[in-house]
Design a protein around this ligand. Structure first.
Ligand code: URA
Length: 427
């Protein structure tokens, strides 16, 4: 019988694993038969020596089989989801889900919490009083059937292997491995039982993929793995050299999403939302009026109405959400320009870390989040500023944390004398 030692050695010698060997590794680890130290060694070897396309596809299948795979036989329409590789200010899911459902698609979204310096959709949704993200799969199914969209958190039923392996990757510096990222992301998406998937792969100083070439590699790999499992997949590579939109944090991002659904979103955010929605609609029906459909459901209020239905279906209090009195920060300060010039650069990674410093992200797994924490960018890269002009409004409910956040944000934003080259939003 093969042992985990032999399999680690095979990978060290760059020999490919068979599907049953991958099953042995993943299931053995989940069952507790392969201890953390051996699994860590295997993960590190994969990190260094990579996997073939066939191995990644088999690994994805094994991860899916560790839990339930959903299906939607009774839905009268196309079932689609979106995945973003993560960034700062990325609130697209909150806007795209209701838009696509208003256009007649079904959107079962299983979302994540904040990861490192990047924000998490679940943490943002939980700033709405009463909104429950930990619903059973039966309740999830019921909401999708009734209103077309639901956003919940990871459940133990879907890809339990990923949860256990991810936790080990997180503490063994083996997260940034293309085959492991791909297996982790795609297993969870495929297990949702969707027919189509749109990928938003971020690149830039606030993304996990710093260069366009690496983002493209990941986008192509995710696309091929999805297609190999019978999904229609379309991908977009978008910029993360500055936050998306103006609001970054928790409740302030929900507020910006509501503005966006009411037709008042910032241009860069809306451009990414429009592109991704068009791609999702085109997976189902490739016509050239998909953008018009998206604009229509925003203009006629049906996308916003869908968002309200979504919040109600999850137990959220819509009246409080719209009251204008929710999650008010106790401390606020603006960062002003120290000279005339142009915003030339934002260190988006640092800006993401500043949200953690403000209390809007976790330093330890059990940290309680401050829903009021975040900042609003009044200026983006390329815009001119005058000395004394407020560039960023920073807020939270702990004055010590506010000071920490201010220090990080000040360091992250540069002003130059000359106008910088315009950043490309969509590659
Ligand atoms: N997101 C995931 O779900 N998994 C990874 O491995 C990386 C990002």
């Amino acid at each position: 019988m093969i042992t985990i030692d032999e399999l680690i050695q095979n990978k060290q010698n760059k020999l490919p694993h068979t599907s049953s060997e991958l099953e042995f590794i993943v299931n053995g680890f989940v069952a507790g038969e392969i201890p953390d130290y051996q699994m860590s060694s295997w993960l590190a070897t994969v990190f260094l020596n990579d996997m073939s396309f066939k191995e990644i596809s088999d690994y994805t299948s094994v991860m899916i089989s560790s839990g339930k795979k959903m299906d939607w036989p009774d839905l009268p329409g196309f079932v689609v989801d979106k995945h973003s590789t993560g960034g700062v200010g990325d609130k697209v899911s909150l806007i795209l889900g209701p838009i696509l459902a208003s256009c007649g698609l079904f959107v079962p979204m299983i979302s994540g919490r904040a990861l490192g310096h990047t924000g998490g959709t679940l943490d943002k949704l939980e700033t709405i009083p009463g909104y429950k993200t930990d619903l059973s799969l039966d309740k999830f199914r019921e909401i999708i059937k009734n209103i077309g969209v639901s956003l919940i958190g990871q459940t133990d039923d879907i890809c339990p292997a990923d949860r256990k392996i991810y936790a080990l990757r997180d503490v063994t510096s083996t997260v940034a491995s293309l085959p492991l990222i791909c297996g982790s992301i795609m297993s969870k998406k495929i297990a949702e039982g969707i027919q189509g998937l749109v990928l938003d792969v971020k690149t830039g100083n606030g993304a996990f993929m710093k260069t366009y070439d690496n983002a493209k590699k990941l986008a192509d790999l995710l696309t091929r793995i999805g297609q190999d499992h019978g999904l229609k997949v379309s991908s977009l590579i978008t910029d993360m050299n500055q936050p998306l939109g103006n609001a970054c944090g928790l409740w302030c991002e929900v507020k910006e999403s509501i503005d966006a659904l009411q037709g008042n979103g910032p241009d860069d955010l809306m451009e990414v939302v429009y592109h991704l929605c068009e791609k999702a609609l085109s997976l189902f029906e490739p016509t050239n009026n998909n953008r018009q459909k998206v604009e229509e459901v925003i203009a006629n209020g049906s996308a916003m109405e869908k968002f309200l239905e979504l919040v109600c279906a999850h137990g959220g209090d819509v009246t409080q959400m719209l009251s204008g009195n929710l999650n008010k920060p106790k401390s606020k300060e603006s960062i002003v320009a120290q000279k005339d010039g142009y915003i030339s650069e934002m260190d988006t990674y640092k800006l993401g870390l500043s949200i953690i410093a403000l209390g809007g992200g976790r330093q330890k797994q059990d940290d309680i989040l401050d829903n009021s924490a975040g900042f609003i960018l009044n200026k983006k890269v390329g815009e001119s500023v005058a000395i004394g002009e407020p560039i960023v409004d920073v807020f939270c409910s702990d004055s010590n944390k506010l000071d920490q956040g201010l220090i990080t944000i000040k360091r992250a934003i540069k002003i130059s004398d000359t106008k910088p080259k315009q950043l490309q939003l969509i590659y």
